[in-house]
Design a binder for this molecule. Sequence first.
Ligand code: HEM
Length: 199
Amino acid sequence: MPGKGKSATLLGMQNTPDGYGAVAKALHWLSAILILGGWLLGQTLDLFPKTMEEGLKLAHMWSGLGVLTLLAARLAWRRSGPQPDPIPSALDPWLARAAAVGHLALYALLLAVPVAGIVLSFARGEPVSLFGLFEIASPWARDRAFARSAREVHELLANAIMFVAALHAAAALMHHYLLGDATLRRMLPRAFQGKGTAA
Ligand code: HEM
């Protein structure tokens, strides 16, 4: 490993064969918070007073754009350094394969949900603000029928990501409490890892 990578590992930033580094953990948990927050906001927007609607909608869109930004950072980080070794599993090979399919589905939905949200905004003829820095104007005129379909697709995909994320979380808890392995522990921030953190 080149010297630069070694110092990053020592600082706990980079992954090691035994576990995830601080960057991978931060990207993982920040994505989880933004997805949950974005979904909750999307589901409850109608319940807030009209005066708050514009600001909350913007918060919803920026959480989704944050998810997209973190996805790009995560894929770049994965490519730039080592991945922890898989933990020898007490699971049937078909369950391990199901976990791999679940991870792939999560990555696909992390891209598809925000993209469907952007399409929905454009279908309404509305611009998308990139964190208040600049706006991308809609390439299309407002189209009610298209916007209705785009909203349905966006909602369906958003519910799908929550479903797959819930399975993902349940699997992590099963590893921790039933199998007693380090699958969950090695993704937790150090302060929450407790003793005996070896993978
Ligand atoms: C992880 C990312 C996201 C999640 C989980 C998510 C989730 C949701 C959910 C659950 C709804 C409610 C759907 C309904 O009840 O019809 C919604 C609505 C909406 N979303 Fe998203 N969304 C995300 C990202 C985005 C992005 C990036 C944009 C656009 C830049 C966006 C734009 C919208 C719009 C315009 C609505 C309709 C709001 C209204 O009622 O006016 N979403 N979203």
